[in-house]
Design a protein around this ligand. Structure first.
Ligand code: PMP
Length: 304
């Protein structure tokens, strides 16, 4: 697929191939960068792209900059507006993925706090491969980095090396992806997505004190599951052994949307097929993000 025409770099929309930074920057050398992954959903009937929960992503991008001690905290209202301008410049008429990055853009050492740069990219996004039939998960031997070492609740680029190792291990071992435990041995999350299970008629998910990202899709689930599925969601610690007696489970995230998990450590969950609750939740989620139903209009920012 050809690259989009433009990217945004340090205040300007520039042609795709001019979206480069120097190899001496702190972002490149030390992972001194924070980012957001955001989705835009194309609604064919309305000829509209809806960006999902842009405001919440921009709010988290503020926290990420503060936590990582950047010398200047960039105004994310402007970054949000520039995102919409870039989508229009690239003339997208399809589902898209957006990445907004704020980074240390200078040749300092490991504790450099600036100067601070910003980039935005947009591109078509076809979705992930396991939405329809579900995925297999491996409980990883890589533990989630604890909050006493790095703030996993925000999106720092360097955090992703932890999930990357778990994800690679899972693929090498013949699974679709990983499920990480935290250093207390409780279920944390996947490499790029949050975990939910259905057990005993309730939906259960780890609390945000389990070394997980403060996920926007997770927060969405906490609202829409009681509203549309009429089920209670319980936030609590989840033990590893509970996983094997879950009736259904799923991952959620901006990129993973609502992806069923059909087995953990090769043990089938329920009958090993995508369950009815997760299937209904997927439908509700896609109806909302695409604006096919009018629920929660405050979550959708129209581009055109
Ligand atoms: N956990 C991790 C580690 C992630 O990278 C992501 C993706 N951003 C998620 C959870 C899901 O978060 P969100 O719903 O905000 O995309």
């Amino acid at each position: 697929m050809p690259s989009p025409k433009y990217v945004f770099l340090n205040g300007e929309i520039v042609p795709w191939d001019q979206g480069t930074i120097h190899i001496t920057t702190g972002a490149f050398k030390f992972g001194a960068a924070v980012f957001e992954g955001v989705r835009g959903y194309w609604n064919e009937e309305q000829e509209q792209i809806y960006v999902f929960r842009l405001q919440e992503h921009m709010d988290r991008l503020i926290h990420s900059q503060v936590f990582m001690r950047f010398e200047q905290i960039l105004d994310t209202t402007q970054i949000g507006e520039q995102t919409l301008v870039l989508i229009r410049a690239n003339e997208h008429r399809e589902n898209i993925h957006i990445v907004n990055t704020v980074f240390v853009n200078g040749p300092g050492g490991p504790v450099a706090r600036g100067p601070v740069g910003v980039s935005i990219t947009t591109g078509p996004w076809a979705g992930r491969p396991h939405t329809e039939n579900g995925c297999s998960a491996q409980v990883s031997s890589w533990q989630r980095v604890p909050d006493t070492s790095m703030p996993m609740r925000i999106k720092c680029n360097a955090n992703y090396q932890n999930g990357r190792l778990a994800g690679i291990q899972a693929l090498e071992d013949g699974y679709d992806t990983a499920l990480m435990l935290n250093t207390r041995g409780k279920v944390a999350e996947g490499p790029g997505m949050c975990f939910f299970m259905v057990r005993g008629g309730k939906v259960v998910t780890p609390t945000v004190s389990n070394d997980i990202l403060e996920s926007i899709t997770r927060a969405t689930m906490l609202e829409i599951i009681p509203e549309y599925l009429d089920m209670e969601v319980v936030e609590r610690d989840i033990d590893r052994s509970e996983l094997l007696s879950a009736d259904e489970a799923f991952y959620c995230g901006t990129a993973w949307e609502v992806t069923p998990i059909t087995s953990v450590d090769k043990v089938a969950l329920g009958d090993g097929k995508v369950g009815p609750i997760v299937r209904q939740l997927q439908k509700t989620y896609f109806d909302i993000v695409t604006g096919r139903i009018n629920a929660h209009p405050e979550w959708r920012t129209p581009v055109y």
